[in-house]
Design a protein around this ligand. Structure first.
Ligand SMILES: CC(C)(COP(=O)(O)OP(=O)(O)OC[C@H]1O[C@@H](n2cnc3c(N)ncnc32)[C@H](O)[C@@H]1OP(=O)(O)O)[C@@H](O)C(=O)NCCC(=O)NCCS
Length: 167
């Protein structure tokens, strides 16, 4: 069962857990040709399969998927998942901006907030992500948030962030 997470943010963006009422919005974002090509599972998703995925997601306690809001309006999404409390690690990703909200710094801010949540709130010293090595825009954001390249394989770059509690 998923533990509750209170919304958090930096005053410009607020990250709150996605709810059933958000499913069509995030599916529409995810299914746009410009967006889906950047994900490992890049085919179009149906609403039925999306709903089934959401039911499975609700049962997990190692996966938090956030809707990003600015001024009360949905502007994007992101997530932290495969949280391993024993190893102290998690993956971050599912970054996506609403089509009419690009380039406003919302995703950069959200990535920074997600890193803060993962390290300081969940207490995980190591976060990682995978990104297509051609996705310059996303890589720039991750570098800005402190991630560094760790390896590359088959067009994917793995990046990591190590948190020192004195930071
Ligand atoms: C990758 C993606 C999420 C980035 O969204 P975005 O809205 O462009 O992100 P941001 O606005 O936060 O950052 C992008 C730009 O804004 C700039 N920026 C950052 N903070 C800013 C601020 N406070 N004010 C203004 N601009 C800012 C960034 O430096 C960057 O500049 P650039 O245009 O020179 O590259 C978006 O392109 C997307 O949805 N892509 C498809 C899905 C995808 O690739 N997801 C990642 C999979 S790993």
């Amino acid at each position: 069962m998923k533990p509750p997470v209170a919304p958090f943010g930096d005053g410009t963006v607020t990250l709150r857990l996605i709810e059933e009422r958000d499913l069509t919005t995030i599916l529409d974002w995810r299914n746009r040709d410009e967006a889906r090509v950047w994900f490992k599972t890049s085919g179009k998703l149906s609403l039925d399969s999306h709903k089934r995925w959401y039911e499975r997601y609700l049962a997990k306690d190692d996966d938090f998927f956030f809707l990003i809001e600015a001024g009360g309006t949905p502007v994007g999404q992101c997530g932290i998942y495969d949280i391993d409390r024993t190893c102290g690690s998690a993956e971050i990703g599912r970054f996506l901006v609403a089509p009419d909200k690009t380039g406003r710094g919302y995703i950069t801010r959200s990535c920074a907030e997600l890193v803060r949540f993962g390290t300081r709130i969940l207490g995980l010293p190591y976060l990682f992500l995978e990104v297509m090595e051609r996705n310059d825009k996303a890589i720039k954001i991750y570098k800005q948030c402190g991630f560094t390249e760790e390896s590359r394989s088959e067009g994917l770059m793995r990046m990591g962030f190590r948190w020192n509690h004195r930071q």
